[in-house]
Design a protein around this ligand. Structure first.
Ligand code: ADP
Ligand code: MG
Length: 293
């Protein structure tokens, strides 16, 4: 394509809410055959809500919510915000956190009310040798099978509750996936979330290939693996945890609704945060470069 055609293409993109970093980006877009989609905030709205608190025998849901809410007020994660918000509504104010560690991709840890508290994935609890009693593990699995995210709350060495957090699939996600297939693109769902949740969300939007339970540092490895298998990979993401993968991908597309770090690491920003715009961007580049009419 001529430089003029590329400029016309980027201008057209801008009017569609597709901000392309430079005309050369369109060139790298045309050969894309695989689209990796982050789950939370990309395929789903990322607006999470706490919908249930399940406790182990003899434990108090209020206490679990207060301790978890206090700890999560130290984190920016969408799950954390949902938990802290509901806990605050319920109790008015939350106790102070005495120390706080964000274990990226796993959860949070800290001291609240003199108690060592953990909130997050089962793997987080394992790190501190805390096991999950069977009934609680079952409640967690049931929530995950229904497509919700479930995190465990533990304090003083015992897992005591499961917080059930629901996120909703973006209304246009299924259509975006269908359009990708029509253009011959293979969609892959990539998430740090649990396998059962990921499978449920994937089947709701029509994705067959799922890579779940990936810690943030591994997202980039998944993209690299697809590339070394011969794929030309586009990655669509919104979070800090997606930045390395967005930079590594042949084409990185960030949700405009996402974090600045993701936007900086990307070639294209989708202003409205609509996954259909990812397809529009690929279609636009093919048109601009004369691959399709
Ligand atoms: P995604 O790849 O879907 O954007 P993340 O990598 O951010 O998800 O998180 C992966 C998982 O780690 C979450 O589904 C959750 O189980 C756990 N997790 C991460 N941060 C927190 C937190 N602040 N509180 C509780 N759980 C968390
Ligand atoms: Mg995300």
């Amino acid at each position: 394509a001529t430089p003029t055609a590329l400029l016309v293409g980027t201008g057209r993109g801008a009017r569609m809410g597709i901000l392309i970093k430079g005309p050369e980006v369109l060139e790298s877009t045309k050969k894309v055959d695989t689209v990796v989609l982050d789950k939370t905030g990309t395929v789903t709205t990322g607006r999470m809500e706490l919908v249930d608190v399940r406790t182990a025998e003899g434990e108090s849901a209020d206490e679990a919510l207060t301790l978890a809410g206090a700890l999560e007020s130290g984190s920016e994660h969408p799950i954390a915000r949902a938990v802290a918000e509901r806990a605050e509504q319920r109790t008015g104010s939350l106790p102070a956190i005495e120390d706080f560690t964000n274990v990226e991709g796993l959860g949070v840890r800290g001291t609240v009310d003199g108690k060592a508290v953990l909130v997050g994935r089962a793997e987080l609890l394992e790190k501190w040798d805390v096991s999950i009693p069977e009934p609680l593990a079952e409640a967690k699995l049931a929530a995950e099978r229904a497509g919700s995210t479930a995190v465990v709350v533990a304090w003083e060495g015992r897992a005591r509750a499961v917080l059930v957090i629901a996120d909703t699939v973006k209304p246009t996600a299924a259509e975006a996936v269908r359009d990708m297939r029509e253009l011959g693109l293979k969609p892959v769902l990539l998430t740090g979330d649990n396998e059962a949740v990921a499978r449920t969300i994937a089947s709701r939007v029509g994705i067959d290939e799922v890579v779940a339970e990936v810690v943030p540092q591994e997202k980039v490895d998944v993209v690299a693996r697809l590339q070394s298998a011969g794929g030309v990979v586009a990655m669509v993401g919104d979070g800090i945890n997606d930045a390395a993968a967005l930079a590594r991908a042949d084409l990185g597309l960030a949700m405009g609704t996402g974090t600045d770090v993701a936007i900086e690491a990307s070639d294209i920003t989708l202003v409205r945060g609509d996954p259909r715009a990812a397809v529009d961007a690929i279609r636009l580049s093919r048109k601009t470069l004369g691959t399709i009419k």
